[in-house]
Design a protein around this ligand. Structure first.
Ligand code: GKE
Length: 336
């Protein structure tokens, strides 16, 4: 595990970045944290992070402010969300390329040796994701390139930018392709939420308002895999410490339909089956997606541990707790 290093985490105010910051602090690392959000909107507070910056990391001069005397850099920052956000904000999502590019330039100027880029399953070719319960995506399924419009292209392009900074300037890069990460301290309302948190929230709202139905985007038959945040952080840190510099899946292969995911939420929360109201006009993304974990098992001798039953219960309980609070704390996770 990484210890006693000086680490820059860009996107530390967000969901995965916040959990990564917490984990690295536990191992006696000194953290420089940066995020575009004002500090009061950071998803987690870290009293022992002295160097934190609320600034737009698309600006190269802001990147240059934070890459001095740093051992490692984790770029966890991008303008993103679930399908409800990325389908309607393609130009916004594409501009995240400025964060990664300018951060790499600053790293090169300051001689930083190792860099992590958080990529996404949205980088994969859409033609491999047109059926339910599809074969898990292998890393080379990203080419020929046909990623998710906007966000997926930014991720694929930024992967290549990382590779060329390694080839030309010797920065060791590590690239994890995340497959729908979920868990506590993730957005659950306001438009950026992904399906696990959205559906947990909808079940909670139905119970709070004594309603017997919930709205589901699409026909509910579409399939996905979802990776719990603790597995995401474990896989990310193992990848970072490996010698493998090509993109690698950080995901689960426990593929379920959205209908099945709702059944799991109902069962682990003792909720009487709710009527599903299917909204076919809502953003759906690909028909089916799963992560093939052969490579990650081979290079890291690791695979995800936390099954949906356990992860969804923890996520539901956390969201339920947050929804019972009022005021600014709630808005951290619902600000779109
Ligand atoms: N967000 C959301 N909210 N999705 C819903 C809802 C709802 O209330 N009800 C059903 N769904 C369905 C969506 O229509 C989609 O088919 C599926 O759940 C998953 O939606 P998602 O979690 O928003 O996002 P995707 O997995 O399609 O895509 C996400 O993949 C990640 C990487 O695996 C992207 O939005 C990025 O967050 C990221 O690249």
């Amino acid at each position: 595990m990484i210890k006693n290093k000086k680490i820059l985490i860009v996107g530390a105010g967000g969901f995965i970045g916040g959990h990564l910051t917490k984990k690295l602090l536990e191992n006696n690392n000194s953290i420089v944290a940066a995020d575009i959000k004002p500090k009061e909107y950071w998803f987690q507070d870290f009293e022992n992070v002295k160097n934190y910056y609320s600034m737009d990391m698309k600006e190269i001069n802001n990147c240059r402010k934070v890459t001095k005397n740093i051992d490692y850099v984790f770029n966890m920052a991008c303008n993103m969300g679930g399908m409800g956000f990325i389908e309607n904000n393609k130009a916004e999502c594409m501009q995240s390329v400025l964060i990664n590019t300018n951060l790499l330039i600053a790293c090169k100027e300051d001689g930083i040796k190792k860099y992590f880029f958080s990529s996404s399953a949205c980088a994969y070719n859409k033609s491999k994701q047109q059926d339910v319960f599809v074969e898990g995506l292998k890393e080379n399924d990203a080419y020929p390139a046909d990623p998710e419009d906007g966000y997926g292209w930014e991720k694929l392009f930024s992967e290549r930018m990382c590779r060329h900074f390694m080839e030309d300037y010797g920065i060791e890069v590590r690239i994890g392709r995340y497959h729908n990460i979920y868990g506590p301290y993730g957005t659950f309302d306001g438009g950026r939420e992904k399906a696990p948190a959205a559906l947990c929230r909808k079940v909670i709202e139905a119970k709070q308002n004594n309603k017997k139905k919930i709205e589901v985007w699409g026909d509910g038959k579409q399939t996905r895999t979802f990776l719990y945040i603790d597995d995401c952080i474990e896989g990310t840190l193992r990848l970072f410490e490996s010698n493998y510099s090509e993109p690698v899946n950080i995901g689960s292969d426990e593929q379920v339909s959205i209908n099945q995911m709702i059944e799991i939420i109902e069962s682990v929360t003792n909720t009487k089956k709710l009527e599903r109201v299917y909204q076919l006009d809502k953003p759906k993304g690909v028909r089916g997606r799963s992560s093939n974990n052969d490579l990650v098992k081979k290079i890291l001798n690791w695979s995800f541990k936390i099954k949906l039953k356990e992860g969804l219960k923890k996520t539901y309980n956390w969201i339920s707790g947050e929804m019972s609070k009022q005021g600014s704390n709630l808005s951290r996770f619902t600000k779109s």
